[in-house]
Write a protein that binds this ligand. Structure first.
Ligand SMILES: [Zn+2]
Length: 468
């Protein structure tokens, strides 16, 4: 980003049309990235429900207080679980970052790719092999930490999987990663090769479309790889839930049940997809909960559906990806970064004889730069996570407010949140770092406090602590 060196190629060479052209392209890409990121920032600032429960709270806001609603034993169990899952989570995060940064920012990654692609000169195949090799190495590096996490879940009774079933899940998720990355990078490297100076325009537009497309087909193309779904069976629960959706003005044709119990004892529900693929999914673990609690949870999901949170999140995310791809062009045409990553900024020996001369940012199109690309993508994703979580927590709180407005039953909402937190052994008082890195939802006590705010604002009895 702060690249101040020769844009075209070797030191001391007088500027040619080629280097001038590259410089112009870099300025244009920088402006496009700045405009797109500013757009994302403005949209988030203006559309995020920073105050999900607007209005005056008589007597002031209720403070989140785990000790009020959770027994000392529940709090102790949550703390113990938290200190058991945190070490593998943080260590796995750091190890994954370290491995990809070392591969991408030293010649090691380029060497690994050169080795696995040595037997072919076909570029698409080299791109695919590089993707396979790098994602596999990364998954293997993370494996010990994933085993560690899984063994903690097992010890606390949250996981119901056998180790072989767990391993099959890991392989499936690696397979999904392969397919998604291979498609994206085949397209990207073809663009880089074809349009060394202006690939970022096609990449930004293509990245936007691809993100929207993947989010749209995800419920029908990816979720079934991991779970089986069936319609909630006919009966009072189903008709009550559909009637509630009707009353809410959210057209819902079906409620799906996922066989989550093959993996976990945790309780959950979610909305995914949009348009014709939108679905409300309940974990089968949830079906034994008291009916009013299930209604409260579905009320929350209807809040997401009514506001089109998935579509909106997808569009804003896609805009951010488009900006990131413009920024990626700036980084991937930096001679200093390319040399550091063991690639030749001018295209190098990989170029067939008789190809256009040096410069022009051709070095990025060499499949050996894929390690550098993955390192930059990983770093960018990690930097974006705290912003995503911050916005997500506000959107989740708005869906909670929706459930309260719909059911007008804060007492059930409080007992539901209590049940969710206890069953899922949620972190009852996350620290600042946990909020930044992991918390896409407000904590249980935060959500309970908001339900009490809602009761105060609406003149309803303020829910007492759940009996225990
Ligand atoms: Zn939600």
């Amino acid at each position: 980003m702060s690249e101040r060196s020769e844009p075209g190629g070797a030191e001391g060479r007088p500027p040619t049309d080629d280097t001038r052209g590259t410089r112009r392209a870099r300025v244009a890409a920088g402006v496009a990235a700045a405009v797109l990121f500013a757009g994302v920032g403005a949209v988030l600032a203006l559309t995020t429900p920073w105050n999900p429960l607007p209005g005056h709270v008589p007597g002031g806001h209720v403070r989140a207080d785990p000790a009020l609603d959770f027994s000392p034993a529940e709090i102790a169990r949550s703390r113990a679980f938290d200190s058991a899952v945190n070490p593998p989570a943080y260590a796995g995060l750091l190890a994954g970052l370290a491995v990809i940064l070392v591969l991408g920012l030293t010649p090691l990654g380029a060497r690994l790719i050169a080795r696995v692609t040595a037997r072919t000169r076909r570029r698409p195949l080299r791109v695919v092999l590089a993707v396979l090799a790098l994602t596999t190495v990364l998954r293997l590096a993370g494996l010990p930490f994933d085993v560690w996490s899984e063994s903690v879940l097992r010890r606390y009774g949250l996981s119901t999987q056998s180790w072989p079933a767990w391993l099959v899940d890991q392989l499936k998720s690696l397979g999904v990663t392969w397919v998604l990355y291979a498609i994206a990078l085949l397209l990207l490297y073809a663009l880089m090769r074809r349009f060394p100076r202006y690939w970022w325009t096609g990449a930004a537009a293509g990245g936007f479309v691809l993100v929207v497309l993947v989010s749209f087909i995800y419920p029908v193309a990816v979720e079934p790889v991991f779970n089986k779904f069936h319609s909630l069976e006919q009966g009072r629960l189903r008709s009550d839930l559909l009637a509630m959706a009707e009353r809410d003005g959210v057209p819902v044709k079906d409620v799906l049940v996922a066989d989550a119990s093959r993996r976990t004892t945790a309780l959950n529900a979610y909305v995914s997809g949009f348009g014709s693929t939108r679905r409300i999914v309940l974990y089968d673990t949830l079906l034994k909960s008291p009916r009013p609690q299930i209604e409260s949870i579905v009320g929350h999901e209807l809040g997401h559906a009514k506001r089109d949170d998935v579509l909106w999140g997808t569009l804003v995310g896609a805009l951010g990806i488009a900006g990131a791809l413009c920024l990626l062009y700036l980084l991937m045409t930096s001679p200093r970064l390319l040399r550091r990553a063991g690639a030749d900024p001018d295209g190098g020996p990989d170029e067939a004889p008789g190809e256009p001369g040096p410069g022009g940012g051709r070095g990025a199109a060499d499949p050996r730069t894929i390690a550098l690309l993955l390192a930059l993508v990983t770093a960018g994703t990690q930097l974006a996570a705290p912003v995503q979580n911050l916005v997500s927590r506000r959107i989740e709180a708005r869906a909670d407010a929706h459930a309260l407005n719909l059911t007008r039953d804060p007492a059930t909402f409080v007992s539901m949140q209590h049940a969710l937190s206890v069953r899922n052994i949620s972190d009852l008082s996350p620290d600042a770092l946990e909020y930044l890195l992991w918390m896409s939802h407000p904590s249980g006590p935060d959500r309970i406090a908001m339900a009490r705010d809602w009761a105060r604002m609406n003149g309803a009895p303020v829910p007492p602590p759940p009996r225990r």
